[in-house]
Design a binder for this molecule. Structure first.
Ligand code: UDP
Length: 350
């Protein structure tokens, strides 16, 4: 029986082209499309985590193809796939906070300059574009600038992040951490303007700390020895090596985390419901999981020790300064709670 979308319309098979980060989000998205939709998908990236997609049911494999391609450089190989696609999904390739202040040029190039031709292409050829941006564009909350004892700090208006209301507050230029947020913000502004001025059909997705299997890398095992992955992987790495978990500047900042499968359900809803998703910017996160980084470290220690049947005291945390951990130019987002009104209104409570 044909699958129907949220408005009861039949979901017709589409050709989808996924560009960038095939290791985590791209791999999970291809998997979701292959298993839960009738669509065809081509992934373009140098991915190491998609081998399993080539196994199993032949009909599913037919709907998946993979091109190991350097997207901005290899336009000749890219062009035919783009021309055949109904939807382009762009996923950021440089998106680790440790890179923002040490590989600033690459960060801005990959998240803005390399995306510009894709935006132009989609606009000219009337292709639908789904662009993965990040909660990072919000920068710091307005509550973070209030005095410590100001009662307004407790007012959600000052810290819950809303797509069409919250300002995007980034630090000074020497705080190079904000290069990613700034590049993504410019990309979002360009996409939204192309939508208004030239009818580009777009959806922008702001990812709030998506986590799950295959994310990032364990330094020296499946990534560079001196690389710094995001916090969950960084803490897992320390637990595996039996080293103290490092709390940057004491670990007082807060985050919410969203399981990757929930995020993939949301992305598939966007693909299948263009009338509800076009022209929208969506927060995709889980507002009910807020935790400080220090609490997260203690929780991970508790779970890991229990799993290994060891006393909790075998593991510890240590505070490190952000300058020592990330180098000069690091700055931090104080809090990240997504407002989910728009996505719930447009795509139903998922
Ligand atoms: N962090 C930490 N120890 C680590 C890695 C990260 O204390 O080993 C902190 C980091 O400074 C930030 C938070 O954890 O406050 C989340 O960092 P992550 O790299 O996961 O990404 P972000 O949410 O900042 O984009």
């Amino acid at each position: 029986m044909a699958k129907l979308n949220l408005d009861g319309k039949e979901i017709k098979p589409l050709k989808i082209c996924v560009i960038g980060d095939g290791d985590f989000i791209g791999a999970c998205l291809c998997e979701k499309i292959i298993y839960d939709s009738p669509h065809q998908v081509t992934l373009m990236d140098e991915s190491h985590k998609i081998k399993h997609l080539f196994g199993g049911n032949a009909a599913r494999i037919d709907r998946f193809s993979y091109l190991n391609i350097d997207v901005p450089a290899d336009v000749a190989r890219l062009q035919p796939v783009l021309d055949a696609a109904d939807i382009l999904i762009n996923i950021p390739a440089v998106c680790l906070p440790a890179d923002y202040s040490t590989r600033t040029f690459d960060t801005i190039k990959s998240n803005f300059l390399d995306v510009v031709p894709l935006i132009e292409y989609c606009s000219e050829k009337n292709k639908r574009l789904i662009h993965l941006s990040s909660s990072e564009v919000y920068g710091k909350t307005t509550a973070g600038y209030l005095l410590k004892d100001d009662p307004l700090r407790k007012d959600p208006k000052f810290y819950v992040l809303k797509e069409d209301e919250s300002p995007c507050i980034l630090g000074s230029i020497d705080k190079r951490r904000w290069s990613y947020a700034c590049a993504q913000q410019l990309t979002e502004r360009l996409i939204s303007a192309e939508g208004d001025e030239h009818g580009l059909e777009y959806t922008i997705v702001r990812a709030f700390n998506w986590v799950g299997p295959r994310m990032d890398f364990i330094p020296g095992v499946d990534g560079p020895c001196n690389g710094v992955p995001t916090v969950l992987t960084s803490f897992s790495n320390s637990l595996l090596r039996r080293e103290p978990l490092k709390l940057v500047d004491g670990g007082y900042y807060l985050r919410t985390f969203c399981f990757i499968e929930d995020a993939m359900v949301a992305l598939l809803l966007m693909i299948d419901n263009p009338e509800r998703a076009n022209g929208q910017i969506f927060n995709v996160g889980n507002p009910n999981t807020e935790i400080s980084i220090k609490e997260l470290a203690n929780l991970m220690i508790r779970v890991h020790a229990k799993f290994n049947r060891e006393p909790r005291s075998n593991y510890s945390t240590v505070a490190v300064s952000s300058e020592v951990f990330y180098g000069k130019g690091y700055d931090d987002c104080d809090r990240r709670i997504p407002d989910m009104t728009i996505i719930n209104r447009q795509l139903g409570k998922y």
